[in-house]
Structures are given as C-alpha cells and as structure tokens.
Ligand binder design. Structure first.
Ligand SMILES: C[S@@+](CC[C@H](N)C(=O)[O-])C[C@H]1O[C@@H](n2cnc3c(N)ncnc32)[C@H](O)[C@@H]1O
Length: 224
C-alpha cells in the first residue's frame, strides 16, 4: 500500500513503527503476558480453522504466531513495512498485508470469524478510535468475535514510549465501553489486567470481548 493511500493516522503510525521495529521486537516480549492470556481464552471459543484477522499485527509475535500454531487461517495487517518484514519471517504460516485498517482498502479484506487488535488503537482520537472499532465490527461475521486490547489511559499523564514521551488521548474502561456501543458492538466482557508498558511502567491492560450487534438491535437503538 503506497503511503499516499494511507490515512494521515496510518502514515504517521507507519513512520514511527518503521523506526522502532527492531527495538520493539526486542522489548515487547517482556510485556505481553496479558495479551497471550487473552488469546488463550479466545482460542477454545473459535471454530476449527477459523479465519482470523490481526489488525496492527506488528512483528507477528506473539499473536499471529499463537493463532497460526492453533491451526487457524491467519491474516495480519499493518502499515509498517519493517514490522511486516519481521512478521513474515516470524510466522511463515500466516498471510501479511500492508493495509491501513482505517483506509477503504481494509473494508475489502473480506469477512472473518474473529478480528483481534492489540495495542494498536490507543493513540487515536476518540472519533477515529470509534471508526476503527466500527471497521472491526463490519469485518466480523454475524456471531463472530472482536477482541481489542489497549492500555487504560486516565488522560493527561505523559507516557514514555520507544520514540519519546507523549501525551496519549484518554481511554478509560468506561470510554472503551461507550466507544464499543457507538461502533455497533455488543460487549460480552471487559477484562482489566495488570501489565507493563513497552518501557516497563506498570499500567492496566483492557481487553474488550465483543460481537457485532445484530442489524435489528442497532436499528431499534437497543442498549448494548
Ligand atoms: C504497539 S504495536 C503492537 C503490535 C502487535 N499488535 C503487538 O501486540 O505486538 C502497534 C502496531 O500497529 C500498527 N498500526 C498502527 N496504526 C495502524 C493502522 N492504521 N493500520 C494498520 N496498522 C497500524 C503499527 O505499525 C504497529 O506495528
């Protein structure tokens, strides 16, 4: 996908991820226990050979590797060529595409039994975050599952990342539930687990397990 075809958010994310990919591959495995546990809990609920999309797959580790080892049909998308190069080497059994999840191209990826996305949406402003969740809902078959992991951000506090200190938008557990409802998702569970950020700072990791709301529930304005 050419940079011009990406959204401004995708382009910016690609620039950062391309710069930090090698360091991310080194550091991230120390901080991914809760994410591995979330996928372990998801696996028994999936049909055999389920089609799974990992949006913002990074290096493919741990998630695509975990899903692929379970015999699932795995597609990983990311905007960063450096991340995708690592992912293709790390998980030869999965398919990796350079696609901006916010772009129109992502709408053409097909339909999946499950869409997962870990630590990819957290720097998006609220309306764009909601659009990303709505995209996941539309890529998931009726009755399928969306699983999204993000750090809880109370708002205002600076966060140290691999490319420096920044001020991420607020995303509390209430925000995440509200955004899921706005995006047409019916929430099954919101799991909050202790974790650490990429620089080792303690933080809470939120895992949203949800399903695309049925058309009738959406049009009737049923509270989800
Ligand atoms: C913090 S990394 C997490 C990677 C992986 N999910 C993991 O758990 O290790 C965030 C990833 O999301 C990707 N990303 C950010 N915005 C994206 C977008 N709009 N479309 C696709 N990928 C995106 C970045 O390039 C990066 O690889």
């Amino acid at each position: 996908m050419a940079a011009e075809e990406m959204t401004p958010y995708g382009r910016e994310a690609a620039e950062v991820a391309d710069q930090v990919a090698a360091q991310y591959a080194e550091e991230a495995p120390r901080h991914q226990q809760s994410q591995i546990a979330a996928v372990e809990r998801l696996l028994p609920r999936l049909p055999r050979a389920a089609r799974v999309l990992d949006a913002g797959c990074g290096t493919g580790r741990p998630t695509c590797a975990q899903l692929s080892a379970a015999g699932l049909d795995v597609t990983g998308i990311d905007v960063s060529e450096a991340m995708l190069t690592a992912a293709r080497a790390n998980v030869p059994g999965a398919r990796f595409l350079q696609v901006d999840l916010l772009s129109e191209q992502a709408a053409d990826l097909g339909t999946f039994d499950t869409v997962v996305s870990f630590f990819c949406l957290m720097n998006l402003p609220e309306p764009v975050f909601v659009s990303a969740l709505a995209r996941f809902a539309s890529l998931t078959r009726p009755g399928g599952t969306v699983l999204v992991g993000v750090p809880e951000r109370p708002g205002g506090a600076p966060v140290k990342g691999l490319s420096g200190t920044y001020h991420p938008p607020r995303c509390t557990r209430q925000d995440l539930l509200h955004r899921a409802g706005q995006a047409g998702l019916r929430v099954e569970e919101l799991d909050a687990r202790p974790g650490t950020g990429i620089m080792g700072a303690p933080e809470t990791h939120l895992y949203l397990h949800a399903h695309p709301a049925t058309r009738s529930a959406r049009s009737a304005g049923v509270r989800r």
